[in-house]
Structures are given as structure tokens and as C-alpha cells.
Design a protein around this ligand. Structure first.
Ligand code: SAH
Length: 206
């Protein structure tokens, strides 16, 4: 109850998004030692020096993405798999890409165990999504990019929406929402956020 209330108070109004966050057990996605804090509105550390985003940011990005039942969604930055789990409840299919093998493997197991079968976790570089994966109705980037690569925008279907935190790796970024109409890309700045950096290539560490 408190969880939903905090999200509402911070301005999340989409009932479906609120219900979905209520349904996905965040405590399964955080480290065991942090289970008691799973429903507080804060980001938490996960393996490989990364973080699971704050619930408000997950809810806000999901709301802004306007995901439809028939959509194919691409996420860059699987991390714990929590954002992918939330999206999977709202769309047809999620492809989520992670550059740490350890995180990708753990997220895949977790999502399978929870029965979120319409999520595919790919160990790889989100700056270089295989062409064979096709194009996407929605793209969500959950790591900070200094700029949005053109080749990523090209993976949006007509009418597609992309959301990404854009700005310097250290410090604050701005969430940018891009809508593709014909070959125009309309950009809008949303709110300031802080994400861990999006780095090129797969991680050499586990
Ligand atoms: N969405 C996640 C949190 C993301 S943290 C969740 O719900 O838990 C950002 C993640 O992006 C980190 O795990 C980091 O390793 C990953 N990342 C950074 N650069 C990447 C890249 N180029 N390709 C794929 N993943 C990347």
C-alpha cells in the first residue's frame, strides 16, 4: 500500500503501471541483504558495481514509454531484470541486453523462475544489437548515454518511442523521449535522473 502511495504522490497516475509495479516482486531482484529495503523508493546496489533503479524512475519511464499489448520492446541495460519484468507484463515481447555475463545469467534465471516467459535476456552490447533482432516499437535505455547513437534510433519502428538518460557519465542526466514519425525524430526533455554509465562492448570482467 505504502509503495503505491509513494509512487502516486510522486505523480505516477497510470493505473496499469501502478498495478504492474505492485505485482512484480522487487524483493526477488535485489540482493538478499537488501530485501528489507525492496519497497523503499531508492536505487540499490546489485552485482558488478551496478544498480537496480529507483521504483519511481522505473514507473515513470514505463509510463512515458506508453507500452502497448502488441509491442516488441528493447531494453538496454538488464541489470537485475526488474525493469524488463515490469515491461513484460505490458507488452508482447521484451529483448533486454546486458554487457555483464553474471548479471545477464542471473536475470535470465530470475525471470524464468517467476514465469515471465516473454522476456529474452541477451548477453551483449546494447550499442550493437544484432540486426537479426529486427526493429522495435519501444526502446528503453537504462544506462546513461552521452548521446543517443543514430543506429539505435534507426531500430525504432514508425511511430516508435525511445526513452534514454542522456548526459555526462558522472553527475546528472536528463531523460529524453524520442518519437519517430516518418523519418523525423522528435525529442523532448523530461526529468533529471542519475544512471550508471552505458559503456561500449561486453564487460571483460565476469
Ligand atoms: N534496468 C536495470 C538497471 C540498469 S543498471 C534494472 O531494472 O535492474 C544499468 C545496466 O546497464 C548495468 O547492468 C550495466 O552493466 C548495463 N550496461 C551498460 N552499458 C551497456 C551496454 N552497452 N550494453 C548492455 N548493457 C549495458
Amino acid at each position: 500500500m505504502k509503495f503505491q502511495l509513494t509512487l502516486r504522490q510522486r505523480g505516477i497516475s497510470d493505473q496499469v503501471v501502478l498495478r504492474t509495479l505492485e505485482e512484480v516482486p522487487r524483493e526477488v531482484f535485489v540482493e538478499n541483504r537488501d530485501r528489507a529495503y525492496a519497497y523503499q523508493d531508492s536505487a540499490l546496489p546489485i552485482a558488478c558495481g551496478q544498480t537496480i533503479s529507483q521504483p519511481f524512475v522505473v514507473a515513470y519511464m514505463t509510463e512515458q514509454l506508453q507500452v502497448g499489448k502488441d509491442h516488441r520492446v528493447l531494453e538496454i541495460g538488464t541489470g537485475s531484470g526488474y525493469q524488463a519484468a515490469v515491461l513484460s507484463r505490458l507488452c508482447k515481447h521484451v529483448l533486454t541486453v546486458e554487457r555483464y555475463r553474471t548479471l545477464a545469467d542471473a536475470a535470465r534465471k530470475r525471470l524464468e523462475k517467476l514465469g515471465y516467459y516473454n522476456v529474452e535476456v541477451l548477453f551483449g552490447d546494447g550499442f550493437d544489437v544484432p540486426a537479426g533482432a529486427g526493429d522495435f516499437d519501444r526502446i528503453i535505455v537504462t544506462a546513461a548515454m552521452e548521446q543517443i547513437p543514430d543506429r539505435l534510433l534507426q531500430r525504432l519502428e514508425q511511430g516508435g518511442v525511445l526513452i534514454a538518460p542522456v548526459g555526462p557519465h558522472q553527475g546528472t542526466q536528463t531523460l529524453i523521449r524520442v518519437v519517430r514519425t516518418d523519418d523525423r525524430f522528435e525529442r523532448k526533455s523530461l526529468v533529471d535522473v542519475r544512471f550508471v554509465p552505458a559503456l561500449p562492448g561486453i564487460a571483460r570482467e565476469l
